[in-house]
Write a protein that binds this ligand. Structure first.
Ligand SMILES: Cc1ncc(COP(=O)(O)O)c(C=O)c1O
Length: 400
């Protein structure tokens, strides 16, 4: 097992890390807003366009190559999420796919049915399901967020579930405070009453392995611009469930899965970048199979990122006037750190970090609006969010 994380070699693979602002190398601390892009992803996109793109179903090389590229990428995505029993649909982003799946699922819901969401979520993973539930007279229940522990109060979940529960939607990790939720346990509870489990893995996926089969997930949503590739959304849906989904679609478009969910023409130049990102994660790991390499790659990413994030958390905690919004050490977290600083507005803080230190860092509620409300942040401004990726190097931000 290699021990040193090859951050220098990794950084060479991301051309935008060379960007400067006021003659200083930029430090990217807005990772959860979107990662930087691999050179191999950029090349794959250019290559697709330069070779001659085409739409699908044609009997000529560019169309056949597009079909092959789509099929290959779907297989790679299945490996990434250990999703052999699922099919992969692409779309513009995760939100659009969640809403499309929500509309399809709701066609089977009856007034009086119930769904369970959580207060910790990015609102895509709330409103995609809540809106259609409201249309159908379906009751929406929430797993509460505990502002003291900065985790979900999962122990109430069994009381929220019953034979009328159709869906439980939960996120792997919070895009705002980094808290990782025990999705496997949530799914176990949901399955006891026959509810479907939808998981938002958008924030988690650059940082941790999300195993669809092991966690008993029926539907998983992700987005490639968060993990080193282009703007491509993904819905990975267990095959039998997918077959049963009555999606809103254009009549002449293919009815088979996964095509059924892919509305209009996809981002054909963006999709091959997804495979490059998956190969990159695998390249960091060891093992015989691609899947083993992916898993071991994630182990190394986690070890590296967590060490740096712990240092930043500890450093921030020592500064007078800094309030950290984070669960305690016993709770696993992504390297995503929300905080505020007394005496300076989050906006002013971010502007000064940018202009004085070339650190690109964001503030807001990041669409985790209910979470921000529960923490009393909404009425008084926003969080500052330091969100790292594996390209962050200690000397870069310490020097700033
Ligand atoms: C946790 C989480 N869920 C969903 C989304 C929305 O993803 P997309 O931009 O692909 O629609 C985001 C985007 O920031 C996110 O962080």
């Amino acid at each position: 097992m290699q021990t040193n994380f090859p951050v220098e070699d990794i950084r060479k693979q991301f051309p935008s890390l060379k960007r400067t602002h006021h003659n200083k190398e930029v430090v990217y601390f807005d990772g959860p807003g979107g990662s930087q892009t691999l050179q191999s992803s950029i090349d794959a996109m250019a290559d697709y366009l330069m070779r001659g793109g085409a739409n699908r179903h044609g009997h000529f090389p560019t169309s056949i190559e597009t079909e092959e590229m789509l099929a290959r990428t779907r297989e790679d995505v299945k490996l990434l999420f250990n999703a052999a029993k699922a099919e992969v649909a692409f779309g513009p982003n995760a939100t659009t796919l969640m809403f499309a799946v929500g509309r399809a699922l709701a066609r089977t819901w009856e007034p009086g049915d119930e769904i369970v969401l959580t207060e910790l979520e990015h609102h895509s993973n709330i409103d995609a399901w809540r809106t259609v539930a409201e249309d159908k007279g379906v009751t929406v229940k929430y797993i509460p967020f505990n502002p003291k522990t900065l985790t979900l109060d999962l122990e109430v979940l069994p009381e929220l579930l019953n034979s009328k529960t159709k869906l439980v939607a939960v996120g792997s990790a919070s895009n705002c405070i980094g808290t990782i939720t025990d999705v496997k346990w949530v799914a176990e509870q949901a399955k006891k009453v026959g509810a479907l489990v939808a998981v938002d893995a958008v924030h988690a996926i650059p940082h941790m392995y999300v195993d669809m089969e092991d966690q008993n997930i029926d539907m998983l949503f992700s987005s490639a611009y968060k993990f080193f590739a282009a703007h491509v959304g993904m819905a990975i849906i267990e095959r039998d469930l997918f077959e049963s989904l009555d999606v809103y679609k254009v009549v002449p478009s293919p009815h088979e899965i996964p095509d059924r969910l892919e509305m209009g023409t996809q981002n054909h130049e963006g999709i091959p970048t997804v495979s490059k990102a998956i190969q990159f994660i695998a390249s960091l790991g060891e093992g015989e199979t691609m899947q083993e390499k992916i898993k071991s790659g994630y182990n190394r990413i986690e070890a590296y990122e967590n060490k740096l994030a712990d240092k930043i958390r500890a450093g921030l905690a020592e500064i007078d006037g800094v309030t950290l919004y984070q669960a305690d050490d016993s709770v696993p977290k992504t390297p995503t750190i929300a905080f505020r600083v007394d005496g300076i507005s989050p906006q002013e803080f971010c502007i000064r970090m940018c202009e004085e230190h070339s650190v690109f860092i964001a503030e807001g509620h990041f669409y985790a609006q209910t979470l921000a409300e529960r923490l009393g942040i909404l009425e008084s401004g926003s969080f500052i969010r330091a969100g790292m990726h594996l390209t962050i190097q200690k000397k870069k931000f310490i020097a700033s």
